[in-house]
Design a protein around this ligand. Structure first.
Ligand code: FMN
Length: 315
C-alpha cells in the first residue's frame, strides 16, 4: 500500500487517525504510530500551551519507525489560541499540521520554515486550488459522509474533481470504516484516507464509555445533522435527547444571525457555548447525550484498542 501519503509521512499504511475535538489524545496517537499509521490531535484539545508542549514532547519520544504524528489547527478567528499554538508547534516540531476553517497561509509559511508538512481540509475545488497555490503539501478532501462538519460532495465526486484539477496529493476524509472503503477511495485516486469516527470507540479515547458504546449500538442510519451545537451543521448520533431538543437552530438564533453586525459575535458565542455543552456530553455522565460521530460507525462492533481498530481497517 505504498502511496504518496506513505512517502510524505514515512508511514507503513496510507491512513491518518483523524483529529477529533475532545476525543483524540496522546495515547491514541502512540498506538496509531505503533500500528504503522499517522495520528493527529486538535491543538484545541489542550487548554494551555504548556499542555500542548508536553503532548508534543511525549509524542516525539514515543515516535517509532513507520508512524508519524501531527496536530490540527483551527486557523480562523473562532480560535483565539491560534497564534500561540502555531508558535509552539513550530518551536517543538511535529511531522504535519492539518488546518481547518480559514486561510492556512500563515500556517503554511511558518510550518514549512520549521520543516513541518501542512495538509489542508477542503470541501470544494475552489478552496483546494487556493491552498495548493499557498503551498499546501496535500489536500484533505472532506466529503458528505464525514463525521463532524462534513462536506457536500460524495467521496467519488470530490476526489475526482480534485485529482483532475490539482497537482498535490488528495487524502479522502469521511465514510471509511473497513478495508473495502479504503480500497474504494484509493481506486478513485486518493493517496490515503483520514479516519475519525471508527476510533471513538477505542479503549484509549478520552471520552465516556456511554459515548463509546453508543458508537457500537447505533449505526449509519442513526446519524443526523444538527445546528444546535455550534450553529454550523454537524453530524451527531440521533439519541432520544437529540430528538427531544431538535436539530434546527432556534428562532432567536436565526433572528440574531440575520443581523449582519451581530452575526460574527453570535457565531463566536454560539461556538463557545456549543463546544462546552458537547464537552460535558462527551466527558461526563449526563442525560444530555449529544455525541458527535459520522456514519462510518456502522462498522464499529465493539470497544477495542486502537491497534485492533487499525488491524480491522486493514483486514
Ligand atoms: C467527534 C469528532 C470530532 C471532530 N473534530 C474535528 C476537529 O477538531 N478538527 C477537524 O479538523 N476535524 C474534526 N473532525 C473531522 C475529522 O477530522 C475527520 O475529517 C472525519 O472524522 C472523517 O470522517 P469519519 O468520521 O467518517 O472518519 C471531527 C470528527 C468527529 C467524528
Amino acid at each position: 500500500m505504498q502511496t504518496q501519503l506513505t512517502q510524505l509521512l514515512q508511514i507503513k499504511y496510507p491512513i491518518i487517525q483523524a483529529p477529533m475535538f475532545l476525543v483524540s489524545n496522546v495515547a491514541m496517537v502512540k498506538e496509531a504510530m505503533k500500528s504503522g499509521i499517522a495520528g493527529c490531535i486538535p491543538a484545541l484539545n489542550y487548554r494551555t500551551l504548556d499542555e500542548l508542549r508536553a503532548a508534543i514532547t511525549e509524542l516525539k519520544s514515543a515516535k517509532v519507525e513507520g508512524g508519524s504524528f501531527g496536530f490540527n489547527l483551527i486557523v480562523n478567528k473562532s480560535n483565539v489560541k491560534y497564534k500561540g499554538q502555531l508558535e509552539v508547534l513550530c518551536e517543538e516540531g511535529c511531522d504535519f499540521i492539518i488546518t481547518s476553517l480559514g486561510s492556512p497561509e500563515e500556517t503554511i509559511n511558518q510550518a514549512h520554515k520549521a520543516g513541518i508538512k501542512v495538509f489542508c481540509d477542503v470541501t470544494d475545488l475552489k478552496f483546494a486550488k487556493k491552498v495548493e497555490e499557498l503551498g499546501a503539501d496535500a489536500i484533505i478532501a472532506v466529503n458528505n459522509e464525514a463525521g463532524g462538519h462534513r462536506g457536500q460532495l460524495s467521496p467519488q465526486e470530490l476526489i475526482k474533481e480534485l485529482i483532475d484539477n490539482c497537482n498535490i496529493p488528495v487524502i479522502s476524509a469521511g465514510g471509511v470504516g473497513c478495508r473495502a472503503d479504503i480500497d474504494k477511495m484509493l481506486s478513485y485516486g486518493a493517496e490515503g484516507v483520514s479516519v475519525g469516527s471508527p476510533f471513538i470507540a477505542s479503549i484509549e479515547a478520552g471520552v465516556t464509555d456511554d459515548y463509546k458504546q453508543a458508537c457500537v449500538d447505533y449505526g449509519a442510519s442513526d446519524i443526523v445533522m444538527t445546528e444546535r451545537i455550534s450553529g454550523t451543521p454537524c453530524t451527531v448520533i440521533n439519541t432520544p435527547y437529540v430528538q427531544k431538543i431538535g436539530t434546527k437552530a432556534t428562532w432567536i438564533e436565526n433572528l440574531l444571525n440575520k443581523n449582519r453586525k451581530l452575526k460574527k459575535w453570535v457565531k463566536m458565542v454560539r461556538f463557545s457555548i456549543g463546544m462546552r455543552a458537547t464537552e460535558k456530553a462527551a466527558k461526563k455522565a449526563t442525560y444530555k447525550t449529544v455525541w458527535v460521530a459520522g456514519p462510518s460507525i456502522e462498522h464499529t462492533k465493539a470497544i477495542l484498542p486502537v491497534k485492533a481498530i487499525v488491524a480491522n481497517l486493514l483486514s
